[in-house]
Every structure is written in structure tokens, then in C-alpha cells.
Design a protein around this ligand. Structure first.
Ligand SMILES: *Cc1c(COP(=O)(O)O)cnc(C)c1O
Length: 378
């Protein structure tokens, strides 16, 4: 489906496959207009089949809700410290604060733009030496690029700290042939409107631990005890996914492989057309890593050139965006400790996300490339 504003090229817009409406119609025909029903179960099963048959999936109202519940399941409570990748979207870190816990931010490495094993180890040892062992680690596969799974999980295991794997941007990515979203003690997916597949809004909690899934569903549906009346022994949440939206998700899962292929081919096109221009850098996959290339990002020589290009694109109705502003530089997290070496700050200054939707045509990509070439080869 094309965006409604004629000629505008969006950063990442929804891309329906066709079957979505049939599943949604089914929800209407059977009157399952509720946060439970056959589409919810069917969507969960399709994600489980896609990721790895050994995982359990709980469909929820958003990725943020999934992170919140994930931290609850990992036992994070008031006063705890949680280590979190600084270079990410704020939704990775906000739920730490919902629980009255404190985020401690860790910078990225240059190879993956994700949490640095060196700085993670340093942060853990420093926090322990200060008398407080971190309760959990939030690691993110940003823009679809896997973090260094082996190194990061070895460190976490050595200190016996659970990992919440934020795979919101990485459905379809893999590491050593194993799908992202299956590595963490708990992992999280997002189906927000700009993600690789969407339910308009939605998310999922993924885990190999069946008890976690059951507890997640229990907490996500107001934590009702087993009684004929409404009885509660826990604080509950209203976080379950609607059966109507899960219908969209079932249709989207039928085309996930095409969506990944299209986004990867966007990346290849940009790289082929711009990769040889001096001053433009692309993030390559390390051996064993496979990125869904949710967004194609480029690094420019300076913030000035980055802004030149962004504004020029904007003036011809092409949406692009600076990379995520690191959490340790956000006003709202000013009070938090961090372990940083300037890597994510530099990425934020020089980086630009290019239009990356799976529904872009060759004409769209050509238009983007022409604007950039004109500035960079002047
Ligand atoms: C989108 C996103 C989230 C949050 O997901 P929502 O479904 O929008 O709540 C969390 N983390 C990252 C890295 C994201 O990109």
C-alpha cells in the first residue's frame, strides 16, 4: 500500500500483505472483539513457529508493555539497578523507571552499534564493587543488527544476571543461524506501525520458560486469582493484545520473509549506489550476523553534512531521521550513571536513517539516492 500523501517518501510505513482483512473479518464474524480469542492464539503460534518451536510467545498491547512485564518477571523492583544499552529508543529504558528502579547506561561498540562487551563488564564490576549487583541487563538489536550475543551472554552468565533482549527492531534477524528474540531470559518484539511487521500497535514477550509466559498472560489480564468473583493477590496490568489486532498480525506473519528480503534489498541498493562515495559509511554485518535491515543507516563525515542532507531530503518530501539520541544524553535520564566512551554520541551526530520501508519502489530509492549524490559529489 502506498502512503496517502502523493509522492511523499516515508521512513518506514506499514505494508499490508492482503490476508490481514480476512483474519480481522473473522474476528467480527465470530464476535471475538476482545483481548483474547482465536487470532491471539493463532498469532502467537505463528511467531513461535517462525522463531523456534521451543519458545513461548505472549501477545501484548505494545513492545513497551512487554519490556515492563519482562522486568517484573525478572524480579526488578524499587531501588534496583538495571543496566541498559544507552544507544536505543527510550522505550527500552522507560519501564525501568515505571518500577521505581534505576537505569544505568552502557555505551555501544563500533562493530554492531550495540551494547559493548568491554563496557558491560566494566559496568557490572564497578556496580558490584559499589555494593549493588545489577538486577538485569537490557541489550538491544538496534536497527535489526544483532548485538554480540555470544560475548554479552557469556558475561551475563558469569555474573549470573538475566538478560532482557530487546528485539523490537529485529524480527527476522539472526545470529549464528538462530533467530533474534530467542536469546534472552525474556525477549521482546514490537508491532508498532513503523516496525518490520505491524498490528498498528502491539508487542510480544518471548521466552523459553513456560512459567514466564503463563505469568505474563496472568499479569497482562489484571492478575485475577482463580475464583468465581474478582479476587487479586497481585498488582495486574491491562496489557493483552486485542483479537482484532492479532488478526492483522496473522496476516503480516504470512509475508514476514518478503518483508525482510525487501528491507535487505533496500540496504543493498543504497550501498551499491552510495557505498563508494568517500565520507559515507554503512554498518556491515559481522561474521554470523544477519540483520533484517529494518532501517538503512549511513554515517556522514560531520553533523553539518548530515543536517544538509536531512533538510534537503525534507524539502523534497523525503523523510529521513537522525539515529537514536543516546539515553545518557537525554534530559530525562540526566541523573543516571553511565559507562560510555563517546561511541553512541558520535553515531548520533553523524548518522542518518534513510527511507527503508518494504513498500518502497525503485523510483523512490532512486529519488533518495539522487539527492544525496548531488550534495556529496558537489
Ligand atoms: C519500538 C521499540 C520499542 C517499543 O515498542 P512499542 O511497541 O512501540 O511499545 C522498544 N524498543 C525498541 C528498540 C524499539 O524500537
Amino acid at each position: 500500500m502506498k502512503p496517502t500523501i502523493e509522492n511523499k517518501i516515508w521512513l518506514s510505513s506499514p505494508h499490508m500483505g492482503g490476508a490481514e482483512l480476512e483474519y480481522v473479518k473473522d474476528a467480527f464474524d465470530t464476535n471475538w472483539i476482545a483481548p483474547l480469542g482465536p487470532n491471539v492464539n493463532g498469532f502467537e503460534t505463528s511467531i513461535e513457529n517462525y522463531l523456534d518451536n521451543e519458545v513461548h510467545v505472549a501477545a501484548l498491547s505494545s513492545g513497551t508493555a512487554a519490556i515492563h512485564l519482562g522486568l517484573v518477571l525478572l524480579g526488578v523492583t524499587r531501588g534496583d539497578e538495571v543496566l541498559c544499552q544507552s544507544f536505543t529508543f527510550s522505550a527500552s529504558a522507560n519501564p525501568i523507571c515505571y518500577l521505581g528502579a534505576e537505569p544505568i547506561f552502557v555505551d555501544s561498540d563500533k562493530d554492531t552499534w550495540n551494547i559493548s562487551p568491554v563496557l558491560l563488564k566494566k559496568a557490572i564490576e564497578d556496580r558490584i564493587s559499589k555494593g549493588k549487583k545489577p538486577k538485569a541487563i537490557i541489550a538491544v538489536h538496534l536497527y535489526g543488527m544483532p548485538y554480540k550475543v555470544k560475548e554479552i551472554h557469556e558475561i551475563a552468565a558469569k555474573y549470573n544476571i538475566p538478560i532482557l533482549e530487546d528485539s523490537a527492531e529485529a524480527l527476522g534477524s539472526s545470529y549464528d543461524g538462530i533467530k533474534c528474540g530467542t536469546f534472552g531470559d525474556i525477549a521482546v518484539l514490537s508491532f508498532n506501525g513503523n516496525k518490520i511487521i505491524t498490528t498498528s500497535g502491539g508487542g510480544a514477550l518471548v521466552t523459553r520458560n513456560k512459567n514466564y509466559k503463563e505469568k505474563a498472560v496472568f499479569l497482562a489480564t489484571q492478575a485475577r486469582d482463580n475464583a468465581p468473583h474478582y479476587q487479586h493477590s497481585n498488582i495486574g496490568y491491562n496489557y493483552r493484545m486485542s483479537n482484532v489486532l492479532a488478526g492483522i498480525g496473522r496476516g503480516q506473519m504470512e509475508v514476514i520473509d518478503d518483508r525482510v528480503a525487501a528491507r535487505r534489498s533496500n540496504f543493498e541498493y543504497y550501498k551499491q549506489k552510495l557505498g563508494h562515495i568517500s565520507g559515507i559509511e554503512f554498518l556491515e554485518e559481522m561474521r554470523g550476523m544477519y540483520s533484517n535491515r529494518w532501517l538503512t543507516c549511513i554515517l556522514m563525515p560531520s553533523v553539518q553534512i548530515r543536517e544538509n542532507i536531512r533538510l534537503k531530503l525534507q524539502s523534497v518530501d523525503i523523510e529521513s531521521r537522525p539515529l537514536w539520541k543516546p539515553m545518557h544524553l537525554q534530559p530525562v535520564f540526566e541523573y543516571c550513571d553511565s559507562y560510555v566512551d563517546g561511541t553512541s554520541e558520535d553515531l548520533f551526530e553523524r548518522g542518518l536513517c534513510l527511507p527503508s520501508g518494504s513498500n518502497l519502489g525503485l523510483d523512490d530509492l532512486t529519488r533518495v539516492v539522487e539527492v544525496i549524490l548531488k550534495i556529496m559529489t558537489k
